[in-house]
Design a protein around this ligand. Structure first.
Ligand code: ZN
Length: 204
C-alpha cells in the first residue's frame, strides 16, 4: 500500500530533504488506526524529463497488525517510472490535437531517459481515460464542498467523445489549481496536486 504525500516539488527537492532521512509525518495504519513506525526504505529509479534519479522511498510498519506502507511523493504514482508531470504534459499535448504520437514520443525521449515508444504513450492515455471519469466526479464534489457557489459545469466546455471526461478533469482541475495556488504551487502539475487529496481515486 502507498500513502501519497506532498514531499517536494521535484525529485531534486525531494532528495535534498529526504535523501538521508525520511519525512517525520505521523501516519496511522489504515487497518487498525495505530501510529505506524519507521520501517526502512527501498530505492527506485524515477525519470524526469531529461534525467533519471535513484531515490529512496520510505516505509512504515504498524506495530499492532504488522501491515506496511510506503510514503510516496505526489510527483510519482505507484509502479510508474515516469514522474506524473511528464505523463501529464504528453496527455495535454495530445488532447490539444496538434501532436502525432510519433512527435510526442520523440519529444518525450532523450539520451539519458531513453527512447519512449508510441505504445507507452498510448498506454498512458488509456490509463488516464480509465480513471478520468472517477477523478472528474471526485473533483467536482470536492469543489462543491470547498466552493459551494461554483457551477462546476460552467468551468469547462461541453464535449462528447472518448476524451470528454479527461478534458473535463483537466479544465476543472486547472480551475481548482488556480483557487489553491499557494498550495498547488508546491506540486508539479495537476495530477500531482490531485494525487494526495484525501479519499481520492487511485493516483493519476
Ligand atoms: Zn495496523
Amino acid at each position: 500500500m502507498s500513502i501519497i504525500l506532498s514531499l517536494g516539488r521535484t525529485v531534486q527537492a525531494y532528495l535534498r530533504q529526504y535523501g538521508e532521512h525520511g519525512p517525520g509525518v505521523v501516519v496511522h495504519c489504515g487497518r487498525c488506526g495505530c501510529g505506524m513506525q519507521r520501517h526502512g526504505r527501498y530505492w527506485r529509479w524515477v525519470v524526469m524529463p531529461r534525467r533519471m534519479y535513484h531515490m529512496p522511498v520510505y516505509r512504515r510498519r504498524c506495530p499492532q497488525c504488522k501491515g506496511t506502507c510506503s510514503l510516496l511523493p505526489d510527483f510519482l504514482r505507484p509502479y510508474a517510472r515516469f514522474v506524473t508531470l511528464v505523463r501529464e504534459g504528453v496527455l495535454r499535448r495530445r488532447l490539444r490535437g496538434r501532436w502525432s504520437w510519433g512527435a510526442l514520443a520523440e519529444k518525450a525521449s532523450s539520451f539519458t531517459v531513453g527512447l519512449l515508444s508510441e505504445k507507452t504513450l498510448r498506454r498512458w492515455l488509456a490509463g488516464a481515460r480509465q480513471v478520468a471519469g472517477a477523478w472528474g466526479q471526485f473533483l467536482a464534489q470536492y469543489i462543491l464542498q470547498g466552493w459551494p457557489a461554483t457551477d462546476v459545469f460552467s468551468l469547462t466546455r461541453r464535449r462528447d467523445g472518448v476524451d470528454a471526461a479527461l478534458h473535463f478533469l483537466l479544465e476543472v482541475g486547472d480551475w481548482y489549481r488556480r483557487q489553491v495556488v499557494v498550495q498547488a504551487g508546491q506540486h508539479p502539475g495537476l495530477f500531482a496536486a490531485l494525487n494526495h487529496l484525501v479519499g481520492a481515486p487511485p493516483p493519476l
